[in-house]
Design a protein around this ligand. Structure first.
Ligand SMILES: [Cu+2]
Length: 152
């Protein structure tokens, strides 16, 4: 597994998106989301449970697409302490359709204690809900949820 791939993808994506685009310093996310009231994808999203916070560090592709997506997330306590010996599971779900993804994403802890989530399979446009099940040490697990609208 190559932990440096997401960064390369992002650099490449920035280069491609930057060409011929007036807004070279920011991604035209609003233009790409037809349902801002539901929630456009935020490339700097963070989400919390009562004890934990997840922060997206990078995504490949940079904006989610149908097919396989890869996200790198940082797990900390809500007081911003780094955490060790935690297990993270991610489950995609479409609440409006009542179905999930055809396979469970693979989660790999990186040497930096971030979590690389691979094979997040978005099969169709619409509202997607990512539920992250976080278990640290002997404490009971908590759920962190992030939802966004996936464009066609
Ligand atoms: Cu669906």
């Amino acid at each position: 597994m190559n932990y440096h791939l997401p960064a390369l993808y992002i650099l490449f994506s920035l280069f491609v998106l930057g060409c011929g685009d007036e807004k070279t310093d920011s991604l035209p996310q609003d233009d790409l989301c037809s349902e801002p009231e539901i929630g456009c994808f935020d490339s700097t999203w963070s989400a919390e449970s009562s004890s934990y916070r997840l922060q997206l560090l990078s995504a490949s592709p940079l904006l989610p697409e149908r097919g396989s997506n890869e996200w790198l997330v940082e797990l900390t306590s809500k007081t911003n302490e780094s955490l060790d010996s935690c297990e993270v599971n991610a489950t995609p779900y479409m609440p409006e359709h009542g179905h999930g993804a055809p396979a469970q994403p693979q989660v790999m802890k990186t040497p930096q204690s971030d979590y690389l989530i691979q094979e997040i399979l978005f099969t169709m446009p619409g509202l997607w809900e990512l539920t992250f099940d976080i278990q640290c040490g002997e404490t009971s697990s908590e759920l962190v949820i992030y939802s966004f609208w996936l464009e066609a």
